[in-house]
Design a binder for this molecule. Sequence first.
Ligand code: ARG
Length: 458
Amino acid sequence: MAKQKTTVGTINDDVLTFTAGRDVELDHALIVVDCIGTAAHVSMLAKMPVKPKLIAESERKQVVEGLVEIIGLAQKNKFKIKLADQDVHLAVERTLTQKLGDLGKKIHTCRSRNDQVAVDLRLYAKEQLLATLEEATELVAVLTAFGKKHEAVPMVGRTHMQPGMPSSVGLWATAHAESLLDDCVTLINAFELNDQCPLGSAASYGVPLPIDRQLTSDLLGFSRPTHNVLYANNSRGKMEGIVLSAMSQVMLSLSRLAQDFMLFTMPEFDYFKLPAEFCTGSSIMPQKQNPDVCELVRAKASRVKAAELGVYDLIKGSPTGYNRDLQEAKELFMEGIATTRACLRITAPMVKATKVNKKALIDGFSPDVFATDRALELVGEGMPFRDAYHYIKENLHELEGIDPAEAIRLKTHLGAPMGLDWNYFKGRTAAVKEMVREERKAFNKAVSKLLGVNYPLN
Ligand code: ARG
């Protein structure tokens, strides 16, 4: 039976293909962070108070230079992971050993691929969460601008999908914006939990040498190391699930927005018009302009939730310590994030280009939509609410001729159609943007210091 010599022993070809699985492709997304993690680990080893030194300062420099070279190649898509490498970790070690000889064989001292992949995924998640937050704030800004532009345009407010009370396009749009702002909080919570360094936990049980986990964490710009080394490994999978659950909240908001768009662009409503370039036609029905983008966003919300549940299911019966099952979470994790980001990026320009049909929105008002408002007017004149309710119920014919624009002008309290505080949306959006800017700056600063070159490399 055919076999392959790998860095960690000879493995049967079929077993190698089966066990490496999709890592050989997926790990290309981890090359840069794997090199950054290794630079921090080796720099910590070089500082370790043991005699003889595990890694001399001059050796540390050579390793870091080699890693910077690999980062440069990876940025140009020129660093390849081979099947015999199994994954990014051994590909980087093989490359450094080819270049630096015995020195390359030292980099894995006091480390396991288990804590290595855990730190890679956390560094990967960090950047992905920041990018997601950035894309989410872009959509919030678009929805808020849409709402502000159409602030005073009346829209029937519905419950149970039935006409309810006078509302506005501004209220509708910013309801979706506020939902996404709450999702940003969830993403930031995930960011904060993720912002802990698991390196140094090794296989799951630490090492019998005085490694400095705080130093490694600081060098990588993490807020702190995880504490218990066994939990550091158990937190893999759990962390992916937390990130995916935040992503799935974003998808929930997007899916409901997409659903509203599908409903209100139906010719029977005609409240909004999706731009033609965001619709697709039919191969048989020449007149069709279908809202496929919205449908796919709705469908992809299910896929992201499935990714989250998939990870949960993978680990819920997982015994303590590293188990190879965790590798299967990688694909779900990366796909769930990529899907969420793609949905955010396609929805923002679609909302931006959507046209509002004021006439159809106003024509949508039937007199009964003013029933509650009129009952409350009677309350203002001194009638007890329940009496006013019954009076209007029996005299709905009295509601003719009310102007919807006038009706929403009366709703001025906090968060009502004419009580929307535009600074509220602006302030929350700016705070998220500021957080992203600061976190990126701090991370790039730490990594630039670690690598001795400006990061990201240009
Ligand atoms: N590709 C592996 C993963 O994603 C790396 C860790 C392998 N560890 C091991 N003990 N075989 O989990």
